[in-house]
Write a protein that binds this ligand. Structure first.
Ligand SMILES: NC(=O)c1ccc[n+]([C@@H]2O[C@H](COP(=O)([O-])OP(=O)(O)OC[C@H]3O[C@@H](n4cnc5c(N)ncnc54)[C@H](OP(=O)(O)O)[C@@H]3O)[C@@H](O)[C@H]2O)c1
Length: 251
């Protein structure tokens, strides 16, 4: 028996929210494993800087600005990617926001609509667009959250959006399974990124969260790369529709 490959040589990956945090870590990890990468977020300069790092590894990279909650901008992103690379083998729906409403009656229509647009509408729109240019063997990875399974009043809209993303992951795996395209989600616990630090800004709060995990520490963004590589590569070719927890054993 031949051991399966985790390599991404010759593959093209599109990562949203790749200007920083988990998205940047996955974009760089994919490039290091041989992929060419389209780096996208709303901030073109920040994406260009990640693309420069990728080109320095000898891979091709394209930076494209896109607000994933905007239907037409998603189409423009995929057009630009396909014009440059001809196809997309890996899509990572990573861009996300988690605004905290003070209470249910205080939720504004703007907060509700934007949270759903970025975390749920964008991934559905991009999945439909990208799948038209994804060959058999393609992989769609949705970045979900433990909040989808353990919601709280602070995460109410975000948690609902990510629970929706879990459902979308399973439905996507069914629609595209016959074409040899897989869809899985990484259900993340806490990672030390900008969005986490905004939500829990004190060292005491961070230590409390770390103490709730089995490993006893908070992961840096690099800790998502191994799981993302597994799902992106042929090593996981029999896995689809899965919701993989990546949370340091959080309860
Ligand atoms: N960190 C955690 O503890 C944690 C836990 C569970 C799940 N997650 C999920 O992991 C994913 C990445 O989070 P992170 O912690 O790495 O967050 P982050 O450091 O705040 O990065 C978020 C990324 O999303 C981009 N983004 C935000 N709004 C966007 C929009 N409207 N359109 C396109 N891109 C947008 C940001 O770039 P621009 O500002 O340049 O657009 C940035 O690249 C999210 O889906 C998040 O829900 C994170």
């Amino acid at each position: 028996m031949t051991a399966p490959s985790f390599g991404l040589e010759g593959k093209v990956a599109l990562v949203t929210g790749a200007s920083k945090g988990l998205g940047r870590a996955m974009a760089l990890g994919f490039a290091e494993s041989g992929a060419d990468v389209i780096v996208s977020s709303r901030n073109l300069d920040a994406c260009e800087s990640v693309s420069t790092e990728i080109r320095a590894m000898g891979r091709r990279s394209l930076a494209v600005a896109c607000h994933v909650g905007d239907w037409d901008q998603c189409a423009a992103l995929v057009s630009a990617a396909v014009a440059e690379f001809g196809r997309i083998d890996i899509l990572v729906n990573n861009a996300g926001i988690a605004p905290v409403p003070p209470s249910i009656p205080a939720i504004t229509e703007e907060l509700f609509d934007k949270t759903i647009a970025v975390n749920l509408k964008g991934p559905v729109r991009l999945t439909g667009l990208v799948a038209d240019h994804m060959p058999a063997g393609g992989s769609i990875i949705n970045i979900s959250s433990k909040a989808s399974e353990r919601p709280s009043p602070f995460t109410i809209v975000y948690a609902a959006a990510k629970a929706g993303l879990n459902a979308v992951t399973k439905a996507t795996s069914q629609e595209y399974g016959p074409r040899g395209i897989r869809a899985n989600a990484i259900v993340c616990g806490p990672f030390l990124t900008d969005s986490f630090e905004k939500a829990l800004p004190t060292p005491e709060a961070a230590a409390h969260v770390a103490g709730q995990s089995s490993v006893g520490y908070l992961a840096g963004p690099g800790e998502i790369v191994g799981t993302a590589l597994f799902l992106a590569s042929d090593a996981s070719r029999y896995m689809t529709g899965a919701l993989l927890a990546l949370d340091g054993g959080g309860s």
